[in-house]
Design a protein around this ligand. Structure first.
Ligand SMILES: [Cu+2]
Length: 161
């Protein structure tokens, strides 16, 4: 009486287990494929920040390489040590050096873009802690499509080039 009563329950339980396993397999496939689709191909190298003693802003320079066959667009920058971070471009206009926000930075397929003194750079505004020479500054590059690239910039002295 007891056994016959518990049997349908067991079968139902087994069926549910199979369904759960199938569901997990599907989910795993979805997660795996979305990771592959969103894997950032952007390579960030030689990142360094220039120390600006007594200032709450700092510039970060780095080399970006796109080894993929599609353009990569950087739509934003974040840093846990700054209130605000953005890409800037330095341009000399009528003998004066000026910095302007550079909204989006496109790295074409197979191309390398250098952010270096006198040109493109990441500007950190409102540093939440002093950055000393030799320290590392974390950056996150936000890419079009939602993926992120973690970068660590080493702080160099003010006169570093
Ligand atoms: Cu700037």
């Amino acid at each position: 009486m007891r056994q016959s009563g518990s049997r349908p329950f067991l079968e139902k339980g087994t069926d549910l287990k199979y369904r759960a396993a199938f569901l997990y397999a599907c989910l795993a496939t979805v997660v795996a494929s979305s990771v592959v689709a969103q894997a950032p191909a952007l390579v960030a190298q030689d990142a360094w920040a220039r120390q600006a003693p007594g200032s709450d802003v700092a510039a970060v320079y780095l080399t970006l390489r796109n080894p993929s066959t599609k353009p990569i667009v950087i739509v934003g920058v974040e840093s846990s040590v700054a209130m605000h971070a953005m890409i800037h471009e330095t341009k000399t206009e009528s003998g004066q050096s000026r910095m302007r926000p550079h909204e989006q930075l496109v790295v074409a397929p197979g191309q390398t873009v250098k952010l270096e003194p006198g040109g493109l750079h990441v500007m950190l505004h409102g540093l939440t802690q002093p950055v000393a020479v030799g320290q590392s500054v974390p950056l996150v590059l936000l890419l079009d499509g939602g993926s992120k690239v973690q970068v660590t910039a080493i702080v160099r002295a003010l006169n570093a080039q």
